[in-house]
Design a protein around this ligand. Sequence first.
Ligand SMILES: Cc1cc2nc3c(=O)[nH]c(=O)nc-3n(C[C@H](O)[C@H](O)[C@H](O)COP(=O)(O)OP(=O)(O)OC[C@H]3O[C@@H](n4cnc5c(N)ncnc54)[C@H](O)[C@@H]3O)c2cc1C
Length: 492
Amino acid sequence: MKEKYDYIVVGTGIGGGTLISELTKFSNDILVVEAGNLKHNSPNYISKGRDFGLRSTSSIQLGGTSNLWHGVLSFLDDIDFKQRDWIKGSKWPITLDDLMPYYKKISKSFGIKDFEYFFENKLPEDLNNELKSIPFNRNILNNKLFQQPLNILNYKHKLLKLYQSKKITLLQNSKVCKLNIDNGKAISVVIGTDNKLYDVSANNIIICSGALESPRILQNSNVNNPIIGKYLMDHPMGNLCQVKFKKPRKAQIYSAKKYNPHIAIKTGLTFSLDIQKKHKIPNHCFYLRPSFSQGINNKSEKIKLSLLAFKDGKISLKDIFYVLSNINIAFQILTYKLSYNATYKFADLFFVSEQTPTEDSFVRLSKDKKDEYGYPLAEINWNISKSDVESVEKCYEILKKEGFSNEDFEFTHKFEDIDWSNNFTSAAHHVGTCRMAENENDGVVDKNLKVFGIDNLYICDGSIFRTGGNVNNGFTIAAFATRLAEHLKTKK
Ligand SMILES: Cc1cc2nc3c(=O)[nH]c(=O)nc-3n(C[C@H](O)[C@H](O)[C@H](O)COP(=O)(O)OP(=O)(O)OC[C@H]3O[C@@H](n4cnc5c(N)ncnc54)[C@H](O)[C@@H]3O)c2cc1C
């Protein structure tokens, strides 16, 4: 290993993995530092707020969370980047138009063949007809399209290939503990491995260790910005309620439809801009998920976590009990996974809500707990504000009153039947702790992902989100990584 590299990239999840792949197109002087190895390890954090279920929502290993993700892709909406007077600090320093070329570029690496299928007006006639087969009020609700390549990209395999072909130098089981910063420059990273610490230097250092760890590295390096760690967000989600169709329906695209053997497409629903403005609600999304029995079951997300536990081989009796005692949910999951064209008369309204940024939700250094190298661990305080819970209740009222006509639908129960605030679960979309901003009084990185006040230090992962939108965040992280690679190439 050398003493100095052109680039050091810390972490190999969707942010790091995408960035490294793009950097190798113009540089062969890249050191990749990864805390994990080839097996799943849960991160070591102290959880103080709501439970993220970290065992299943984060992974310390080569490829990071790309080892767990489902590859469902969609981009943020125009409104997500704009000033929304009803969401404090919502304006990003860039627009959707700035990011769109990079979504398009990286979509090919994820296996997307028809990028235009993300747009309703570009869908072929048969898919468009399916969208129209559910009769909701299109004046207030829009379709939001998602694509899912079935061969899901996992950066572990891609990075191993880059390592074998000597395009990168790769350190596994090597944890970056802090950075040495001098005179507005990041000089080196301090790496802990085999109970020893050592330094390596680089011209450019890019931290991609995820929204829970990146703020810890900056804080342990004494980067002096009080915003670091603040505004931790996720997409709190769960079954809001259920509708019964007066006439049973087949509408596969509302669940998941394979439009070619390798890619599935599905639609969610979002509220029109006018409705968001009028009711001052965030950009929530919900799905009409086919259900085969009346009544909703809020254990669905816990069951999915149990199924993930099957995958990582650590099954508890509780997991087995959950799956066996909830056959409807098992059937719902199979319908989704197999793209089964079922006829159904009930649909769960499954909400993936946009959590608005609040200072009460944050990551900070623990005062007393340290890691094996003597650096403070991150203490995670994920909290959802009262107004976020209330906005979901507002949505229920709008949907019932204006969204679905009584001629076609019936709500099977009342909103009060569910304790929504308790049933919110994490969507495993951790974002927001090093937010992008116009200036350092308002955020941690600028529009090129450079840390304010430090010439050669960048962050490229979920932490840079300013607001969360409603879509799974992997595609956006990858688009930002592609954009950063281009910026670094220009800087060279
Ligand atoms: C079950 C599941 C399903 C999901 N499905 C989807 C989906 O369908 N679509 C979608 O868009 N998103 C999905 N997501 C979310 C998505 O996977 C994550 O948002 C995304 O991977 C986050 O990327 P990241 O680069 O911010 O962080 P991560 O992927 O968490 O990467 C962080 C990396 O840094 C490493 N690291 C951490 N600390 C250190 C350190 N100190 N030193 C060195 N290395 C370190 C980690 O090992 C890891 O490699 C899903 C997530 C889960 C858990």
